[in-house]
Design a protein around this ligand. Structure first.
Ligand SMILES: [Mg+2]
Length: 122
C-alpha cells in the first residue's frame, strides 16, 4: 500500500469508526435482516478471527497488499469488533483507551522507544 497515515490521521480514523453514525448503520443493517439472532459473542469473536485471517491473506505473498482488498477486509474486522462491543455493551473507545493505559505502563516510552522487545525484555 502506498499511503501511510500520520498518527493524527490514524486517531481521527479510529474515532470515526466508533462513531454513532457507523454504529447506527450497522445496527440497521443487522435489524433489517434479522441477523442479530446469529450474533452471539462466540460467533462474533470467531468472525473477527476469520476476517483478520482474510486481512492477513492480503499480505501472504507480498508486503504490498492490494489496497481495495485490504480496505474491505479491514472494514470486515472493524465491523465485527464493533458488533461484538455492542453485543457485550462495551464502548470501544473506553476499552481501547483502558488497554492503552495498561500497555503504556508495560512499555514506558523511555525504555521502549525504537525497540520491539517484549516488555519483560526491556
Ligand atoms: Mg472478509
Amino acid at each position: 500500500m502506498r499511503s501511510k497515515a500520520t498518527q493524527g490521521q490514524l486517531c481521527a480514523s479510529v474515532a470515526n469508526v466508533t462513531s454513532e453514525r457507523v454504529r447506527e448503520a450497522l445496527s440497521g443493517f443487522v435489524r433489517e435482516r434479522d441477523w442479530g439472532q446469529f450474533h452471539t459473542p462466540a460467533n462474533l469473536a470467531k468472525s473477527i478471527s476469520i476476517e483478520a485471517a482474510e486481512l492477513l491473506e492480503c499480505f501472504q505473498w507480498s508486503d504490498d497488499g492490494d489496497e481495495a482488498r485490504v480496505r474491505e477486509e479491514l472494514a470486515d474486522v472493524v465491523t465485527y469488533c464493533t458488533l461484538l462491543a455492542e453485543r457485550l455493551g462495551l464502548d470501544l473507545d473506553d476499552i481501547v483507551l483502558e488497554k492503552l493505559a495498561v500497555t503504556s505502563a508495560k512499555y514506558p516510552a523511555e525504555r521502549s522507544k525504537g525497540r520491539s522487545a517484549k516488555y519483560d525484555a526491556l
